[in-house]
Design a protein around this ligand. Structure first.
Ligand code: UDP
Length: 432
């Protein structure tokens, strides 16, 4: 029988590429996403690439424990790959609680429910090279000591690694875990039907390069040219998104086939090849025959000088190896940007935007329904009390009823906000 993999956050950049590779490797996939940081474009692209119009999609929030339980009740899940998390470093510094709450709670819920599955479950967590901080020695192996994180986002990665390790250990064999530490995933699927879709001004280098090349941005700032590296700009290990996605298939298969050496394993997912910012920009211009206006700017706070992977363990233990050249990857990234521009010109991305708006509103409506039902139940409960009981607990009931009414009212406000926000987005899309 085919095994089923749940991909939380499966409509995003990495999740959508992983879904394609899993389907192509013969797994059944359930995609779950709350579309808080992406629209339907990539999900629709996955269906087109794989011809799987029937690909299950669950619009849900992993912070909602009830919803996670219902999801595991609906499907027999053999493995979960967990991507559903916020990922903007700067935003995490400004809103730490939002990051801790979302990124930790969603993962805790996954582990709680996965660990209670009869027959157990396999969990793959999307970690990051950010856990190594500024390494003392490069390349980094899985045994390179982790450094204290420099942002709440980075901290959630380190914390989720520990949470998975501890939970697997305590689970008596019910849970198996793999932590994949990604280096810098870039590029897009060769079909140009899925790729990175940053909201607003991109923080990451490659989307900034492609948007500058197409004329959406005036000039790329290269942050720092006085680093102690061969050309003075930072060095990273840029890993093709399809190669990275394939690493997940290897990891899931390793878990399913019982090939793990330990119940919780860690693998670096990188190429082992350092590339500087300047080298990447030059390679992009050369391979695509386009100019990327750029200038040197001050260093960006928090950037590490140089980091790249020693991928030997993933190569030898999992049998996975990065295969695509930087040139192939940069061609794919450019083809994706051109595809987006073409879609905008023909207006064919409106359908995707409208569908994700619909999902957002339906989700808010579900929440409102729940809050209103809860308020009604509380009023009924109160009405059924005797006059003595009402009197004795008047204060307690006052606050209970007020709180329920406020929750119901807030949830209705959320729907209205979503409708307004959605309408604005669609209108803005037309003006751009
Ligand atoms: N970078 C840059 N200009 C940009 C965005 C990024 O020079 O507009 C540099 C950044 O300073 C770093 C490298 O590109 O040296 C990779 O940055 P990115 O944000 O893509 O990934 P990170 O390694 O920070 O996770």
């Amino acid at each position: 029988m085919k095994k089923t993999v749940l991909v939380s956050g499966g409509a995003g950049f990495i999740g959508s590429h992983v879904t394609v590779e899993l389907l192509e490797a013969g797994y059944d996939v359930v995609v779950a996403d709350n579309f808080s940081n992406c629209d339907r474009t990539c999900f629709e692209g996955v269906k087109k690439i794989t011809g799987r119009e029937d690909l299950p999609l669950e619009v849900m929030d992993f912070c909602d424990l009830k919803a996670v339980k219902a999801l595991f009740g609906k499907y027999h899940i053999d493995a979960v790959i967990h991507f559903a998390a916020f990922k903007a470093v700067g935003e995490s510094v400004a809103k730490p609680l939002m990051y801790y709450k979302n990124n930790l709670e969603s993962f805790l819920n996954v582990l709680e429910v996965a660990g209670a599955q009869p027959g157990g479950c396999n969990v793959l967590f999307s970690s990051s090279a950010t856990v190594y901080g500024e390494p003392d020695v490069v390349p980094v192996t899985e045994n390179t000591p982790r450094k204290p994180a420099t942002s709440p986002y980075g901290n959630t990665k380190t914390m989720c690694e520990d949470i998975l390790r501890d939970t697997v250990k305590a689970s008596d064999g019910a849970l198996k875990g793999i932590l994949l530490r990604y280096f810098n995933p870039i590029g897009a699927h060769p079909s140009a039907l899925i790729g990175e879709l940053p909201r607003g001004v991109p923080n990451n280098l490659v989307p900034f390069i492609t948007q500058t090349a197409i004329g959406k941005r005036e000039c790329l700032n290269i942050f720092g040219n006085d680093y102690p590296t061969p050309d003075g700009t930072c060095q990273r290990d840029y890993i093709d998104i399809v190669d990275l996605a394939r690493a997940h298939v290897y990891a899931v298969t390793r878990m399913m086939e019982g090939k793990m050496k330990k119940d919780c394993e860690v693998f670096n997912v990188g190429t082992g090849r350092p590339v500087s910012v300047l080298e990447l920009v030059n390679a992009f211009e050369k391979v695509n025959g386009v100019k990327v206006p750029h200038k040197f700017a001050p260093r960006r706070p928090g950037d590490v000088t140089a980091i790249w992977a020693d991928p030997t363990l993933a190569n030898e233990e999992m049998g996975w190896k990065a295969t695509r050249t930087v040139e192939e990857t940069l061609k794919a990234a450019w083809a994706w940007e051109c595809h987006l521009a073409q879609q905008k010109e023909t207006g064919s991305d409106d359908t995707g935007k409208a569908t994700s708006l619909k999902d957002q509103i339906l989700q808010a409506a579900d929440k409102a329904n729940e809050a209103i039902s809860d308020a009604i139940d509380k009023v009924k409960e109160y009405s059924a009390l005797s006059p003595e009981e009402k009197k004795a607990k008047q204060d307690e009931w006052n606050s209970k009823l007020t709180e329920a009414a406020e929750k119901a009212s807030d949830s209705v406000k959320d729907i209205v906000d979503d409708i307004k926000e959605g309408a604005d987005k669609l209108f803005k899309g037309k003006k751009d």
